[in-house]
Design a binder for this molecule. Structure first.
Ligand SMILES: CC(C)(COP(=O)(O)OP(=O)(O)OC[C@H]1O[C@@H](n2cnc3c(N)ncnc32)[C@H](O)[C@@H]1OP(=O)(O)O)[C@@H](O)C(=O)NCCC(=O)NCCS
Length: 153
């Protein structure tokens, strides 16, 4: 099991995980743009196959968690926490002091993970996400990062 930067050859596997795990998946070109850009995109490999990923975007000393997904068959085994801990550690070592994220109001599982990792609510973005019948609000969460967050992974 190891974490490494996402590259172009991972995009099909990443898209397959995104499509299996989310109702409104990102497109292939969105992932490709992240890999080409300065964004920090990471995949977790378990038994020689990618089972999850995260994407952070950094602007000076702040970052946003743009996406984090674990394959449905691999969820609830600690992989999401592992990927998030690793990503926050990387951001901290790059000098980031604060991390923001948005999460669907209905996504209690992700919110539990974020709260347990020190994130707290800082606001709500109305009608931020598409929905099957109507748009859904986003909870905006943030947490400070210590200047040298010790990575456990
Ligand atoms: C959110 C997600 C990344 C979490 O990954 P995961 O590997 O399942 O999470 P973990 O096993 O590491 O669990 C971490 C924490 O999440 C929470 N959690 C996990 N499964 C849960 C469940 N079924 N119900 C409620 N909380 C749950 C718990 O707080 C858990 O901590 P604990 O095990 O110490 O209790 C994963 O569920 C996922 O890919 N969801 C679909 C995509 C998504 O919603 N991404 C977030 C977008 S903002």
């Amino acid at each position: 099991m190891f974490l490494r930067p996402m590259n172009d050859s991972d995009l099909d596997a990443v898209l397959a995980i995104e499509t299996a795990a989310t109702e409104f998946p990102w497109s292939l070109s969105q992932f490709a743009d992240c890999v080409q850009s300065e964004d920090s995109a990471t995949v977790l490999e378990v038994d020689n196959s990618i089972c999850g990923f995260s994407i952070f975007q950094r602007v000076i000393d702040e970052c946003s968690l743009l996406n984090i997904v674990v394959h449905p068959k691999k969820q609830a085994q600690g992989f999401g926490r592992l990927i998030l801990e690793h990503g926050l550690g990387e951001q901290s070592r790059a000098g980031v002091l604060k991390c923001f994220l948005e999460v669907r109001i209905s996504n209690i599982r992700a919110q539990s993970l974020y709260r347990s990792m020190g994130f707290h609510k800082v606001g709500v973005r109305k009608n931020y996400y598409p929905g099957l019948n109507e748009r859904e609000d986003a909870l905006v969460m943030s947490r400070q990062l210590p200047q040298a967050l010790l990575e456990t992974v």
